[in-house]
Ligand binder design. Sequence first.
Ligand SMILES: NC(=O)c1ccc[n+]([C@@H]2O[C@H](COP(=O)([O-])OP(=O)(O)OC[C@H]3O[C@@H](n4cnc5c(N)ncnc54)[C@H](O)[C@@H]3O)[C@@H](O)[C@H]2O)c1
Length: 251
Amino acid sequence: MGRLDGKVALVTGAAAGIGLAIATVFAEEGAKVFLADMNGAGVEAAAAALIENGHAATPLTVDVSRGQDVMQMFRTISATAAKLDVIANNAGINVRSDFRHLSDDDWVRIREVNLDGVVRIARDGFALLQASGRGSLINVASILGHRGLRQLAGYAATKGAVAALTRALAVEYAPFNIRVNTLSPGFIETNLTERVLRQPAIRKALVEQAPMRRLGEPREVARAALFLASDDASYVTGAELAVDGGMSAGL
Ligand SMILES: NC(=O)c1ccc[n+]([C@@H]2O[C@H](COP(=O)([O-])OP(=O)(O)OC[C@H]3O[C@@H](n4cnc5c(N)ncnc54)[C@H](O)[C@@H]3O)[C@@H](O)[C@H]2O)c1
């Protein structure tokens, strides 16, 4: 028996990294998974690999920063599934820049993907989550929503907002039996962090800041998402789960 048998899940940013790991773990645990990503070829390949392994997966090419794309995505899901038990609101980007040089275009792009996208999906996905009778909305933020790191202030602002939004939605959606939680990764080896982690001095400094003295793997974040998605977390809402090797707890 899988921990998500009979459940339908949507994972955004599912073509790579943490989103791909979440979609894979959800599918392995029995969920029928919709994989959404703006990288159409990537998400089709990811879904094809899951289907080849006997899982139920549907790719959707979606830019979460575009309201039309998000509405169309939920129309497609409504037509084929009629409910969503789980949404992992995971798609995100960062742009490194000294804050005083952050361009308007870069700031708007970070905000449109990391915050506006999460907002729209949390809002427009409500009806499908409610239809499941026991929905779980997981918003992926970051420990940088609480801790500063040079050149990532814009990114940090969006992630702090996602955590605040999540708490407020946990209160507002509770009467509809929809749980809303934040999943906050520390430093995980993905395309997003590849450039910075490639620099030995930065890598060493970050490893030394994690009490567990190592970086994380996407699958370790996905296992935490599985807990929040599953009925094991049936009384957990408004929580923030850090998956960071202890980094947010202290040195
Ligand atoms: N990797 C880390 O260390 C880390 C730490 C904390 C939080 N996070 C968060 O985890 C989430 C996933 O990050 P990751 O490291 O797996 O990144 P990644 O770059 O490896 O993967 C992100 C995926 O999202 C997709 N994507 C980007 N913009 C999109 C858009 N507008 N619409 C649809 N899809 C879009 C990309 O195509 C890609 O497939 C992000 O929200 C990120 O902020 C990551």
